[in-house]
Design a protein around this ligand. Structure first.
Ligand code: NAD
Length: 296
């Protein structure tokens, strides 16, 4: 039973950031019966959203005015902070801001505390599952913040996700997300290296992936990335290498900020930052396969 002040359809929700994730997640909210206003700085993204049947606001103030919840799906926490500080004057009293981007946890804590002191509610609720699960509405969601606010926001989150994990105080969802992507990126890089080594020794890459999937080397990349995007060299996962490198860096920075020694995270961060420098901002994260196999 949702609590009495829960955010339920047909209440109004603003989605700020209509990129690879924002657009399908906004569509899930519309399907659930919410009235959704979307906004993106890019006119192309707004046009694409409108063409898909969404209601794109002309500016951010129009999008957030009167919204019970405002969802941010932006590239990183610094951009989120600038956007939230820009639109907070237009928020309805008591509105809940939900940062579903993959932001840096310590910055999130500071922003959330500032918003709460200003009379708004704030939680972090980043997601995992990629574009496909965003379209299906089956994302994994990691929610950080006070339980009463997560209770209010839960019907909104459940319209986009299959599971909502309560990770603890403000920023903890973002910490869990960054740590998840560190593990995921390490698994992808290890699998790409293993396939390259096996290939040089004469093992067919598809056969080796089948072996992993029936054995203890199985991971998300062996199941959903290597055969799908790396071996055919399509590199069309919809999650950029720049965003993945940012998430790993976030996990590693958190380790340093709180004094945890994490030598592998340092190495994985350097590897992905090197790939980003070589391949550029427009590369898909699965292009780590191209980067590692072309390296001498
Ligand atoms: P994206 O680059 O496709 O979309 C981001 C959008 O934000 C762009 O359309 C951009 O124009 C817009 N934008 C930037 N600054 C803005 C501002 N100030 N106001 C309004 N719009 C602005 O990125 P994405 O893949 O949709 O990812 C969004 C967030 O979700 C990131 O933090 C990412 O790390 C995270 N994420 C992505 C995936 C994925 O598979 N793509 C999965 C999980 C989490």
């Amino acid at each position: 039973m949702p609590q009495s002040n829960a955010i339920l359809p047909p209440m109004r929700i603003a989605v700020i950031g209509l990129g690879n994730m924002g657009q399908p997640m906004a569509a899930c909210l519309t399907r659930a019966g919410y009235r959704v206003a979307g906004f993106d700085l890019s006119s192309d993204a707004r046009a694409k959203f409108s063409a898909a049947g969404g209601s794109a606001a002309a500016n951010v103030a129009d999008a957030v005015s009167g919204a019970a919840a405002v969802i941010t799906l932006l590239p990183d926490g610094k951009i989120v902070r600038a956007a939230v500080e820009g639109f907070m004057q237009h928020l309805a009293p008591g509105a809940v801001v939900i940062d579903m981007s993959s932001s840096a946890p310590i910055g999130t804590k500071a922003l959330g505390e500032k918003m709460i002191a200003a009379g708004f509610a704030f939680i972090d609720a980043p997601v995992s599952g990629g574009v496909k699960r965003a379209i299906d509405g089956t994302l994994a969601i990691m929610a950080g913040g006070d339980n009463a606010t997560i209770d209010r926001a839960e019907p909104v989150l459940k319209a986009m996700g299959k599971s909502v994990f309560r990770t603890g105080p403000l920023g903890s969802g973002h910490a869990a997300k960054a740590l998840n992507n560190y593990v995921s990126a390490a698994g992808l890089a290890a699998t790409v290296e293993a396939v390259a080594i096996g290939g040089r020794f004469g093992i067919d890459p598809n056969t080796l992936v089948d072996v992993f999937n029936a054995s203890t080397g199985r991971n998300n990349s062996t199941e959903h990335k290597i055969k799908q995007f790396v071996i055919p060299e399509s590199f069309t996962s919809g999650f950029s290498l720049a965003l993945m490198a940012k998430d790993i860096r976030t996990a590693d920075e958190l380790a340093h900020q709180i004094g945890v020694v994490a030598p592998l995270a340092d190495k994985v961060t350097a590897l992905w930052d090197g790939a980003l420098e070589a391949l550029g901002n427009s590369a898909d994260h699965t292009e780590i396969g191209r980067y590692l196999t072309v390296k001498p």
